[in-house]
Design a protein around this ligand. Structure first.
Ligand code: PAN
Ligand code: ZN
Length: 195
């Protein structure tokens, strides 16, 4: 990996980086157990393994002084009444933060700490979100037709811990109820132990 300065472009309407090292695609089948409506989930997966979100990463050495960055694109759609969303994670090195700059679309970032604090912040084109150290994060696209596209940046040594979220999800769910977006308690959630 070169240690020379570099630049690349992020251009509307797609905002796919003009240069990237890694392209991750996550489909419905990668989200087993994550959606509240299991019946709707099973029916959708057996019909078609829909692409939910994509990440374009600029790789850097996994060192504290580096900044990993890239673009995430969450497509519009729902499983039952729950919007398409990322898996969500804690950083393995808990004391590492992240910045998200929304380039396009509408959504929410659902966040929580191991101590049980929670927060939900709106995401819309032009908004910057700071996710402090210790806060797990999941992005959710509430748009009916548009992608939710964000630029992100976080310390090179952060790493990803998906296991805690995979077990019980986030404390809050974002659902569409009677045509309105609502933030509701996740009935499966309980305080995680020993992160
Ligand atoms: C982002 C996320 C990206 C995909 O780069 O990795 O939005 O979400 P999941 O990793 O939860 O599938 C980030 O937060 N990195 O730390
Ligand atoms: Zn992260």
């Amino acid at each position: 990996m070169s240690n020379k300065p570099f630049s690349f472009d992020l251009e509307a309407p797609d905002f796919i980086p003009s240069h990237y090292d890694n392209h991750i695609q996550r489909n419905l089948s990668n989200m087993a157990g994550q959606y509240q409506d299991q019946e709707a989930y099973e029916a959708m997966v057996s019909d078609e393994d829909t692409l939910l979100y994509q990440v374009y990463e600029l790789k850097r050495p996994e060192l504290a002084g580096e900044i990993l960055h890239g673009v995430s694109i969450v497509h519009p759609g729902k499983v039952g009444n729950e919007y398409f969303m990322t898996k969500g994670h804690y950083h393995t090195v808990l004391e590492t933060a992240e910045i998200y700059y929304t380039l396009k679309g509408q959504g929410y970032m659902v966040m929580e700490t191991p101590e049980g604090d929670w927060a939900v912040e709106e995401l819309s084109a032009g908004s910057v979100l700071y996710v402090p150290p210790r806060w797990a994060h999941r992005s959710i696209n509430i748009g009916s037709e548009e992608d939710l596209v964000m630029f992100f940046a976080y310390p090179g040594d952060a790493g990803h811990n998906y296991a805690t979220i995979e077990t019980q999800g986030f404390r809050k769910l974002v659902l569409e109820i009677d045509g309105q977006t609502k933030i509701v308690d996740n009935p499966r959630w309980s305080q995680p132990e020993g992160i």
